[in-house]
Design a protein around this ligand. Structure first.
Ligand SMILES: O=C(O)CCC(=O)C(=O)O
Length: 311
């Protein structure tokens, strides 16, 4: 497989060239849910790693050393006590159903779960150039003893999940590898415009363009084409993990903000807290300083005003 190396800055430039039609059709993608534009600079670049271009069909990039060992261990430790057999989306109802298509176990973590998760979410926003508000929570998967995830698309086939009020269609996926797999466990794209070959790949991986699960790396690929239509070349699967353990964490990013806008949180009378569910995210993006009037009345907890008010 031919790979091209980029620094993140070069990649950002390329992305702006290749993805211009997507952004033209997605003006909401530039809003963070507060009416403020989230520019590249505003996300305060922190990750400057190596980006390896994998293919254009699907549009896929490998982000080397995207996460630290501590971050990988932290996610596994949070997820491990809650792992259950994985479910898949039922195309007719939009609900979750158990399936032999995905034999791994999994769980999910709420967005903004803690400081470490927020830092990772911010990094995902930086590399995708789409604000955190467009991300779903983290999905964590664990595969062992030949467990796999058969070929599927990340874009939705049903109108329920792709509803505009839920953020619309998924546009891009960032799949983070939390462990290095000894044998198998590759993510493979059987409809890609190229195939891997050679002894280091499993037979399953050789069916298409594949990526080895390597701790700390992240695979970023697009489910939609630049014109916004579903990309059939984004079909992908997780090959059976035949030796070792595979832990992965997936971020799905939508064309519009996922969180319900202006959703009120329940506060007891006299309680000092946040009265919007988005307060933590707004605070993270600096709204306590940029928009102090609104934030001091609606997001006291996230702006750390409760301590001051009680003293
Ligand atoms: O774990 C993998 O390699 C694939 C995961 C996946 O396909 C997904 O989360 O949609």
């Amino acid at each position: 497989m031919r790979a091209h190396l980029f620094t993140f800055q070069a990649f950002a430039f390329l992305f702006s060239v290749y993805s211009a039609p997507v952004l033209d059709t997605l003006p909401d993608a530039l809003l963070n849910g507060t009416g403020h534009t989230v520019g590249y600079g505003e996300l305060k670049e922190e990750w400057r790693g190596e980006v390896i271009h994998l293919s254009w069909a699907p549009r896929a990039f490998l982000l080397k050393n995207f996460m630290t060992d501590e971050e990988c261990d932290h996610i596994i430790a949070l997820a491990e006590p809650h792992m259950i057999k994985s479910m898949v989306v039922d195309n007719d109802t939009g609900g979750s159903v158990p399936s032999e298509v995905r034999t791994s176990s999994g769980t999910s973590l709420a967005k903004g779960h803690d400081d470490i998760i927020r830092r990772i979410e911010k990094r995902v926003a930086q590399v995708t150039m789409i604000p955190v508000g467009h991300q779903e929570g983290l999905q964590i998967l664990h595969y062992q003893d030949g467990q796999k995830y058969e070929a599927h698309y990340d874009f939705f086939h049903d109108a329920v999940n792709a509803a505009p009020e839920q953020g619309g269609q998924r546009v891009v996926t960032v799949l983070m590898y939390l462990t290095t797999v000894e044998e198998g466990g590759e993510t493979v794209f059987p409809n890609a415009d190229k195939k891997v070959s050679g002894d280091k790949w499993s037979d399953c991986a050789k069916k298409g363009m594949a990526v080895k699960a390597t701790r700390g790396d992240a695979l970023m690929f697009y489910s939609l084409k630049p014109d916004g239509s579903n990309d059939p070349s984004s079909l992908h699967s997780s090959c059976p993990t035949t030796q070792g353990n595979k832990w992965s964490a997936t971020k799905w990013i939508h064309v519009s903000p996922v969180m319900p806008q202006n959703k009120k949180a329940e506060l007891q009378p006299g309680e000092c807290g946040d009265s919007h569910e988005q307060c933590a995210e707004w605070a993270y993006f600096g709204e306590c300083e940029k928009n102090p009037g609104f934030m001091a009345s609606s997001c006291k907890k996230s702006c750390k005003l409760c301590e001051k008010l009680s003293s």
